[in-house]
Design a protein around this ligand. Sequence first.
Ligand SMILES: [Zn+2]
Length: 131
Amino acid sequence: MSLKEKVAYIKGFIKGGGVTEKNFEEIVNLIVDALDDVASVLEELEKNQLDLEEYVESIDDDLANLEKEFWGEEGEAVEEEFEEIECSNCGEMFFVPIEDLYSEEEIRCPVCGKAVVVGEVEEGGDGKQAS
Ligand SMILES: [Zn+2]
């Protein structure tokens, strides 16, 4: 019997015959039995709750570490600098991370999809120079 069924049974029991001296003990036993179930359920819930709290805390810690990694120790964003370049194929202007400009990686134009030749970018350029 589920707890709800037990309570319903007790209710029916009391409603049916009323509490008499004869059934008093039986009713009390039924109630105690139901209370026992309530206690068990509460205990289980409390345990789950603690597990959950622990789990949330560990997630929170992980998140804090990720934030630290992402924003840097001082809470400042590790800003990526961008440089505006012109596609050597279609002439479209677009931004690429400066990091990529100086890496060996190929830069592809987002418009025509062709690899862009980056030759005239000077180190330390601020991207505001007209090309
Ligand atoms: Zn292009």
